[in-house]
Design a binder for this molecule. Structure first.
Ligand code: PMP
Length: 433
């Protein structure tokens, strides 16, 4: 047992800064996601967060985004704060090469237990994009081990999103993603049509399935795997699709000796109403992230079956298995499973479905759809993000629309009153955007 360290006097830190100075420095020096450094879009200052509310520009607003799917238990949850503080008091990080620790093993145990049976091997990665990189590396390596090094491409569907590093970008939608920016640099992948919408009839699914089968058969000699976001495509268009399509992909993969990879970085941990969509159709490789740590720290994981697991994976990030992230992830999973998360997700989904339905009558609204605890309003034009964000904030809600979509996937702890406010905020954003 290591002796506790005596308390230390706090060191003098930088003097408090006025919000206007903070924002001015940010504007001059910090890159934000997907925005220009030289002509930045406005950003707002967050000074606090608790439960389902954020303090933005000095005002409490309901968070509709759960920090991009991650903060499922809301902010400053005592159980997660405690897990983090307790681990920090032990040690915050040690290298994972040649060493291990209880937080990583405890998390590994939980992940193996809560995902489908054959997924027994766990690689801890440091972000969702890295998890997808590692998954694709494993898929290619698997084919090499089988003496098929020429199988270097993967099949995916249009409308997907898998992250911003190079291999994940290559399997992201070729039109909506960043392919145009990186022509000649991205690996070339095989794109099947986007799956039909939820509620599609048998004939429509059969047409899609035939196209997928034909494409897979034509490219089988060079394909290593299939990768999709199961059941719900997220950042590629917030597009829910029928589970039958996953069964087709499973069959196609088996028929041609391809590994099936499910990217559940957004859908995992209950967001669609299933703890993991992989419970419905079992993949060979599963990527999880985002809500894994309840939104506290960056961490992701790749789970595989024994059959896939390559002997050596030549990948070893500096912060692999970070103990703080692993400890808070275990606490987040325990918290999720201790409560009736399914009822919670259903309550949010029902509330959003009922609340957003009237927006369908607006002339600029093309579609309203909900799945699990996600609500989406699709417009007939690209949203004016600044105007929509302002309108949502004026209604007391934080939203981050993109393309033609105003959408929300709030923390599961959101109250009914906050849901009412969220629905009103989405309505305001739709009208203004
Ligand atoms: N896959 C999916 C389905 C995602 O939604 C995301 C993140 N938006 C990623 C991968 C990439 O994860 P990260 O941002 O943690 O790299």
């Amino acid at each position: 047992m290591v002796e506790p360290v005596p308390p230390v006097e706090p060191v003098e830190t930088l003097a408090p800064v006025e919000p206007v100075e903070t924002l001015a420095f940010d504007r001059e020096h910090l890159w934000h996601p997907y925005t220009s450094m030289t002509d930045p879009a406005p950003v707002r200052l967050v000074t606090g967060a608790r439960g389902c509310t954020l303090e933005v520009d000095g005002r409490e607003v309901v968070d509709g985004m759960a920090s991009w799917w991650a903060a499922i238990h809301g902010y400053r949850h005592p159980a997660l704060d405690r897990a983090l503080a307790e681990q920090a008091a032990r040690f915050s990080h040690v290298m994972f090469g040649g060493l291990t620790h209880e937080p990583a093993v405890g998390l590994g145990r939980r992940l193996v237990e809560i995902t489908p049976e054959p997924l027994r091997r766990v690689f801890l990665a440091d972000s969702g994009s890295v998890a997808v990189e590692v998954a694709l590396k494993m898929v290619l390596q698997h084919q090499r081990a089988l003496g098929r090094p020429e199988r270097t491409r993967v099949l995916t569907v249009r409308g997907g999103y898998h992250g911003d590093t190079f291999h994940p970008m290559s399997v992201t939608d070729p039109d909506g993603g960043m392919h145009a920016l990186w022509q000649g640099v991205l690996p070339s992948q095989v794109f099947a049509p986007q799956p039909p919408a939820v509620g599609a009839g048998e004939a429509e699914i059969a047409t899609w399935a035939a196209a997928v089968r034909e494409l897979a058969a034509g490219h089988a000699h060079e394909l290593a795997g299939v990768v999709v976001e199961p059941l719900l495509q997220g950042a590629g268009g917030m597009w829910p699709y029928p589970v039958e399509c996953l069964r087709v992909l499973r069959e196609v993969a088996d028929e041609h000796g391809l590994l099936l990879v499910f990217d559940e970085i957004a859908t995992g941990f209950g967001r669609t109403g299933h703890l993991f969509v992989s419970e419905l159709v079992t993949p060979d490789v599963l990527c999880v992230g985002k809500a894994l740590t309840g939104g506290y720290l960056t961490l992701a994981a790749v789970l595989t079956t024994d059959a896939v697991a390559p002997g050596v994976v030549m990948h070893g990030p500096t912060f692999m298995g970070n103990p703080l992230a692993c400890a808070v992830a275990s606490a987040s999973i325990d918290l999720l499973l201790a409560g009736d998360w399914q009822a919670g997700v259903r309550r949010i989904g029902d509330h959003l479905a009922a609340g957003l339905e009237p927006l369908r009558a607006l002339p600029q609204v093309r579609d309203v759809r909900t799945v699990g605890a996600v609500g989406v309003v699709q417009l007939d034009h690209d949203v004016d993000v600044a105007a929509a964000t302002d309108a949502a904030l004026a209604a007391g809600v934080w939203l981050r629309p993109f393309r033609d979509l105003v959408y929300a996937m709030p923390p599961y702890v959101i109250s009914d009153d906050e849901l009412d406010r969220l629905v009103a905020g989405i309505g305001a954003a739709v009208r203004a955007g």
